[in-house]
Design a protein around this ligand. Structure first.
Ligand SMILES: Cc1cc2nc3c(=O)[nH]c(=O)nc-3n(C[C@H](O)[C@H](O)[C@H](O)COP(=O)(O)OP(=O)(O)OC[C@H]3O[C@@H](n4cnc5c(N)ncnc54)[C@H](O)[C@@H]3O)c2cc1C
Length: 494
């Protein structure tokens, strides 16, 4: 396979190469029947949607296969914390292999869906078989192995979305994304590298300031939470160990919109802006990043801005697989798959496909736009589990999917958070509908503790929080350890 095609799998850019002719490349076909008299359900993706279906689906009655380039689930709300060492990387992941051999798993990308023949074309997401068995696990392989095909009886599409770049030149090459535990690991490494570089005796003050200029592009919840966690790190551990350098560091959030946290209530936005500004985090709204180069970005309103680390978090772009499918109905605004209220994918002719469901960031219910959140993906997954388990017993399941909004939370630093839960009629002035500060922070921590999936993480997450609260330097010591081994597997994205 041409390496440039693999490069296109980066989280940044949708690919246009994928087309729906299975004959185009030679593919290896996997067993078409299960041999166990069970129908085969293929789950595409191991994120909030896919992994939650995997957890709940009746594995005795369905022959379950998972296809995902990640052999683990990312607990995304905790990624910002892992990027600064509040939590260890293992707290934010769950392995898919926990469910094998009850289910089959292929570490691969699904590139094409043949709706008529019920076939999937997949490409391995492992390194080439002839690759060095040691060395940099992040090296992009040029030949991951031959594509293969898989048959499905029922298909659950939960491939999520990619990071949006708005085609700003240089983002892919010079910015960091925060979508995966591997991104968090790279960010953590870079923060420390910036401080160690700035600490070299020959550095000028200007060079130090440039290296310690941390920029975040995108004032949504992910950008704000990362800025807040970074601020906490600098004002606790880093201040202790690099006293004079911490004073030179600066955190700035850039956004094209007139305000940050657009999905939150106005009063909560104002509270956040005030709190962050008081902590010394600069918020530059109505600012347009035009280009990014090595170590600097060009902002229309400011000119050249040197930086040591730039984290890019400006929303979602469609997954290339979703982009490529052509015989289905797609949302006009974000090109996600459109489903009916039973979450069945609606085909071009307007009819729902009874054997295919789409959930999570890759899908929208027709006429009911829901936010692209873990909460929505997890609720849709729960609905699918109920449906599949009834179908397996030959029972009807005609209930429609209904979303129950449990509110939105964002950590804003220094043990403070915001919580917003508009009522069904849109008002947000009732009891416990809007919270700020320590109360919201407690809600934030308890919500994510409750949502952690395994017993292991139910123990690990609060333990790390406890340790960091009393002895931040324990987490600090771990910053300096090589971290590659802590991430379970690689994928082939650049
Ligand atoms: C840093 C961060 C913090 C967040 N915080 C919150 C929060 O606090 N609360 C909240 O509600 N939401 C939060 N979100 C949003 C939430 O994570 C997403 O809405 C959610 O992950 C969507 O779930 P999903 O299953 O659709 O996609 P994902 O969780 O992104 O999973 C997609 C899966 O599909 C796999 N995949 C991709 N392409 C293919 C392919 N071609 N073939 C097979 N598999 C494929 C991926 O490897 C992945 O396993 C956060 C997101 C981020 C990035």
């Amino acid at each position: 396979m041409n390496p440039s095609l693999l490069q296109n799998r980066s989280v940044l850019q949708p690919v246009s190469r994928v087309c729906f002719r299975f004959s185009q490349t030679q593919t290896r076909q996997f067993s078409l029947t299960t041999g166990r008299g069970k129908e085969r359900v293929v789950i595409l993706g191991s994120g909030w949607g896919g992994y939650n279906v995997l957890r709940g689906i009746d594995k005795k009655r369905w022959d379950v296969t998972v296809v995902s380039p990640n052999n683990y689930f990312n607990f995304t709300p905790l990624l910002a914390g892992t990027a600064v060492g509040t939590l260890e990387f293992r707290c934010a992941i769950e392995p898919v292999r926990r469910y094998t051999p009850q289910v089959s798993y292929y570490q691969a990308w699904c590139d094409e869906i043949d709706f008529e023949r019920k076939m999937l074309k997949c490409t391995p997401a492992t390194r080439p078989f002839d690759a060095e068995s040691t060395g940099n696990l992040d090296v992009l392989p040029s030949n991951p192995g031959p594509p293969f095909t898989l048959h499905y009886d029922k298909l659950i599409v939960a491939v999520g979305a990619y990071s949006q770049t708005f085609n700003v030149p240089g983002v892919k090459e010079h910015a960091h994304f925060l979508k995966d535990v591997k991104d968090a690991r790279k960010i953590r490494g870079r923060i420390l590298e910036c401080f160690e570089q700035a600490n070299q005796p020959f550095m000028s003050d200007i060079q130090r300031r440039n290296l310690l200029n941390f920029c975040i592009v995108g004032g949504g919840p992910t950008g704000i939470e990362f800025a807040a966690e970074l601020h906490d790190l600098i004002h606790t551990d880093i201040t202790k160990h690099y006293r004079s350098l911490a004073r030179l560091s600066k955190i700035t959030i850039y956004d094209v919109a007139p305000s940050i946290l657009g999905s939150f209530d106005q009063s909560l936005r104002a509270y956040t802006e005030k709190t962050l500004s008081r902590e010394g985090i600069r918020i530059l709204t109505n600012h347009h990043v035009e280009r990014i180069e090595n170590g600097k970005m060009i902002v229309k309103e400011k000119g050249e801005v040197p930086f040591g680390l730039l984290v890019w978090s400006t929303g979602l772009a469609p997954n290339p697989l979703v982009n490529a499918v052509s015989v289905v109905k797609k949302d006009k605004r974000n090109t996600s798959l459109v489903t009916d209220e039973n979450l069945n994918v609606i085909m071009e002719d307007g009819k729902p496909n009874p054997d295919i469901w789409a959930i999570g960031d890759a899908a929208q219910v027709d006429g009911a736009r829901l936010p692209a959140t873990a909460q929505v993906a997890a609720q849709k997954a729960k609905y699918i589990v109920k449906k599949m388990n009834k179908l397996a017993k030959g029972q009807e399941h005609n209930e429609k999917f209904e979303f129950h909004n449990q509110g939105s939370l964002a950590y804003i630093g220094n043990w403070k958070a915001i919580y917003d839960k508009p009522s069904e009629n849109g008002s947000s002035d009732g009891f416990m509908q809007k919270e700020t500060g320590r109360v919201a922070w407690l809600l934030w921590r308890s919500a994510y503790f409750t949502m952690t999936l395994s017993l292991r993480n139910k123990i690990l997450v609060p333990t790390y929080w406890f340790v960091v609260f009393f002895l931040f330097k324990i987490a600090w010591a771990e910053h300096n350890l090589p971290t590659t081994h802590q991430v379970p597997e690689l994928d082939i994205r650049s």
